[in-house]
Ligand binder design. Structure first.
Ligand code: ADP
Length: 265
């Protein structure tokens, strides 16, 4: 092949090369921005509880120690903030493992109903005045067999139920339902809390995203819970969606693969 316009060909080739490079550079810049935002968010989230602990310790060093009642209050508050720090660090660890693909999924066949009951028992201790219930469509327990990483799905359920308790109302109810689809199980976690404004719904699963209400009400949380949930389900090639009506409550719905009966337990 002999080109009639070799100079033009070279020029086009150079242009194409420059275009490819520019796309690569833009992607790197975006990644860099992402990383910077992430670090900024982390240090902000770490600072808040850390400064609180520092404040309580300083108050105790000054004269709060002389008032045993006040001293106890401050120690309790410092301890709560330390719990928050530990939780944040644990969440950060999970998210970095999930995002780097380091987290291995340990698939097995298990009965989802048994897992949900275990998680409810564990979360009821935290729920105090709220009720958490698993709604059965039939009176008898028929196993709901799924094929997934049991520990990770346990984490998904804990994070969702924890939110429904945190953002739910006093004496509220969280209902968990499962539905059998063709080759999937659909799990719904519904609360009757304050709900979420529609404009926030698309950003809910972003890491560190929290609505202003939850920040201002000082409800403990890292803003990582739902990002972790989404990552875990995506790693399973499953999905999660949310629907919510302000004033009425929210429903988080996710899918899991149904275990085929030929899978060994
Ligand atoms: P965290 O609870 O640690 O703030 P999440 O990632 O679990 O972080 O949730 C992100 C935000 O989504 C919360 O801060 C809250 O504003 C909102 N949210 C999550 N679940 C619910 C719910 N069940 N009802 C109302 N708002 C919710």
């Amino acid at each position: 092949y002999v080109s009639d316009d070799p100079i033009n060909d070279v020029e086009n080739e150079v242009k194409e090369w420059a275009r490819v490079k520019k796309t690569e550079i833009d992607a790197l810049k975006q990644q860099e921005q992402f990383r910077r935002d992430f670090l900024g968010n982390i240090s902000h989230e770490l600072k808040t509880p850390l400064f609180a602990v520092q404040g309580y310790i300083e108050a105790l060093q000054d004269d709060a120690m002389e008032d045993p009642e006040l001293a106890k209050q401050f120690l309790d508050k410092a301890s709560k903030n330390i719990d928050r720090l530990s939780l944040l660090i644990k969440d950060l660890d999970s998210i970095s493992k999930l995002e780097s693909g380091e987290m291995q999924l340990n698939y097995k066949k298990f009965d989802l109903t048994v897992l949900i009951k275990e998680v409810i028992e564990q979360m009821e201790l935290k729920a105090k005045s709220q009720t958490i219930e698993l709604i059965f469509k039939d009176k008898y327990h028929i196993p709901t067999l799924v094929y997934a990483d049991r520990d990770k799905i346990c984490q998904v359920l804990i994070n969702l139920i924890d939110n429904s308790i945190k953002y739910g109302k006093e004496n509220g109810t969280t209902a968990i339902k499962t539905f059998e689809l063709h080759d999937q199980i659909l799990v719904e976690v519904t609360d009757d809390g304050a709900g979420i404004e529609e404009k926030h719904l698309p950003r809910l699963f972003e890491r560190f995203f929290r609505t202003d209400q939850s920040r201002s009400r000082q409800i403990g949380g890292s803003g990582l819970g739902l990002a972790i949930v989404k990552h875990i389900l995506e790693a399973h090639q499953q999905t999660i969606t949310v629907r919510s009506t302000e004033g009425l409550g929210s429903t988080f719905a996710f899918t899991l693969a149904r275990a085929k009966s030929s899978f060994p337990i």
